[in-house]
Design a protein around this ligand. Sequence first.
Ligand SMILES: C[S@@+](CC[C@H](N)C(=O)[O-])C[C@H]1O[C@@H](n2cnc3c(N)ncnc32)[C@H](O)[C@@H]1O
Length: 222
Amino acid sequence: MHSQKKPFLSKLQSLSHNHSSHRIFSDWLEIAALTLHQLPYHSGELAKDAAFERLEQRYMEAIKPYSKDELNVFSELVSLTLIAHHTGYGDFLGEMAGEAELLNKRGGQFFTPYHLCRAIAKMNLGDVKSQVEAKGMITIVEPAVGAGALVIAAAEEIAAQGIDPRATVQFDCTDISRDAFNMAYIQLSALGLQAVVRHGNTLSGEYWEARPTRSCGCLTNG
Ligand SMILES: C[S@@+](CC[C@H](N)C(=O)[O-])C[C@H]1O[C@@H](n2cnc3c(N)ncnc32)[C@H](O)[C@@H]1O
């Protein structure tokens, strides 16, 4: 995960000549999350449906302000993110956003350092094996997910207990921030976890979008 950090930040930086770095990062997150959602439709794994068409239209709108060269860099950033998650669990995008000072501090975006998330997961989860044996599948709910650090650490802790989190846990995550929604969606997708990531306000109960990861057969897009 560490070796992808430097190239990620320098590629992100290289894009900020024509656009502000906050705009670039937000747009890249939107495009990357849409790309990951649309992959199984483009590969023929899923039949194209209304959710695909709606999000494809949004994708076409999102890429409009960018040149071909800029979109190539966007693809490289997606690849670096996927590679980072293949090398292990961690909050790659949360850390990248923090280092590039792209978090909305006024919106409460202070993400928990990953080593603390690991400690919290270890202290709180208990014996997951007996919970899975009793229930078959367990659900972990995160009402203010940020980039997903706490749920990623929970998945890592479950894996450390010898249980495959991809087969035994459904994550249900919400954030009010569009950037956080996209970061969590990208990271949980990259890790192959079953999740529904919601863009919404947990306190008022308003939800603007619910997007299942590719591994999740649990919900349709809303
Ligand atoms: C302090 S961060 C924590 C993120 C993550 N849980 C972590 O530990 O890294 C709080 C998050 O809550 C989100 N948030 C604030 N108010 C919210 C609300 N009413 N509904 C959903 N998310 C909210 C913010 O956008 C931010 O991403």
